[in-house]
Design a protein around this ligand. Sequence first.
Ligand SMILES: Nc1nc2c(c(=O)[nH]1)N[C@H]1C(S)=C(S)[C@@H](COP(=O)(O)OP(=O)(O)OC[C@H]3O[C@@H](n4cnc5c(N)ncnc54)[C@H](O)[C@@H]3O)O[C@H]1N2
Ligand code: MOO
Length: 398
Amino acid sequence: MSGGLISIEEALARLFALCPVLAAETVDLRAAADRVLAAPVVARLTQPPFAASAMDGYAIRERDHRAGAVLTVVGESAAGRGFGGAVTDGNAVRIFTGAPVPEGAERVVLQEDVTREGARITLGNRLESGANIRPAGQDFRAGDRIEAPRRLRAADLGLIAAMNQPQVQVTRRPVVALIATGDELVMPGEVPGPDQIVASNSFALAAMAEAEGAEVRLLPIARDSEESLRSLLTLAADADLIVTIGGASVGDHDLVGKVAGDMGLERAFWKIAMRPGKPLMAGRIAGSVLLGLPGNPVSSIVCGHLFMLPMLRAMQGLPQGPAPRATARLAEDLPANGPREHYMRATLDRTAAMPVIRPFDRQDSALLSILTRADALLVRPAGDGPVAAGTEVGYVPI
Ligand SMILES: Nc1nc2c(c(=O)[nH]1)N[C@H]1C(S)=C(S)[C@@H](COP(=O)(O)OP(=O)(O)OC[C@H]3O[C@@H](n4cnc5c(N)ncnc54)[C@H](O)[C@@H]3O)O[C@H]1N2
Ligand code: MOO
């Protein structure tokens, strides 16, 4: 705690308490990439379903596996079309990768290790020791499961397809309504008036939320009036998560808290011991969760990493937890930190075994150009003393 401000940990705990896990839906495998699995996938068959050859060559008996052995080729086993009979002593079956290993065969010799004349093969002098047979069920067996929750990656989709499941249960995508607020804002491409700037934060936050699996609605800019904010919050009412940007602080035109309060916001907190991001607010409003981000571009994006993304993960059923952290070695001495946990924009040099982290000199929370050059947020704990170059410090990769 610092001057009544709650810690980031406490803020996250209160946010997770607001976030229900959304319902599951069934989707075709082709639409399942990057979605979060909501129920286990159970294999409907065994893979491979039969002992299969790992190489192109000849299936033979173990006792015939010796240099110089002369064997008779009695048939062929191809992928999709096996050999009906059995391999007996002194015989071989021509076989290809993925084809069923015929009954009686105990290994596959590579065709490179064999000379063939007509129906006769002679095994060479340098036979390798591997059997080159993939046993049935080597990859998975009917009934094996992929456990939920899990963000589905490309390889997962391959495995689910191989398990013969054409559809999966995934958590519904969280619907996020993004509302930029402020009389000073115009949309990119418009011509700003003399006292205006271009709204930028919503574009960054929309991309971040979409990359985390959300369906994002970018609402029109809310003006600094109660009516405008009220009508946009009403428009957003069916979203799972309403994210407002700006108007969160204490200025006369910072109206998000007031208007949301009048509309029934049950506030979970307002203001946290964090830099940037102090005026962050959150609560429940009707059926939605409201996350009120500060307007400064870097503040809103940093808060997006630290709060919005963990909330979206939790809503999709992934474990509740803070933004992942890693450790690096500090490149330079740093002075003592103030009473708020500081997330300093920094670059990582990954040439050493442990990366070396260097914060930018300029840390103003309006500097998007610095944020785009940063690949890490160096974490300075609240009230931390001076730290010397070479010290191990925590960071959040961005
Ligand atoms: N007297 C105090 N003043 C301020 C305090 C404080 O505690 N006491 N806190 C400061 C902190 S920390 C922050 S962060 C800012 C955040 O204030 P708001 O959330 O009310 O944000 P705004 O005032 O609306 O905007 C701040 C800044 O960001 C620009 N902005 C807003 N929205 C966007 C957008 N969508 N795209 C691009 N830029 C945006 C806006 O024009 C302002 O320049 O308050 C401090 N003040
Ligand atoms: O979020 Mo504010 O950036 O702490 O200046």
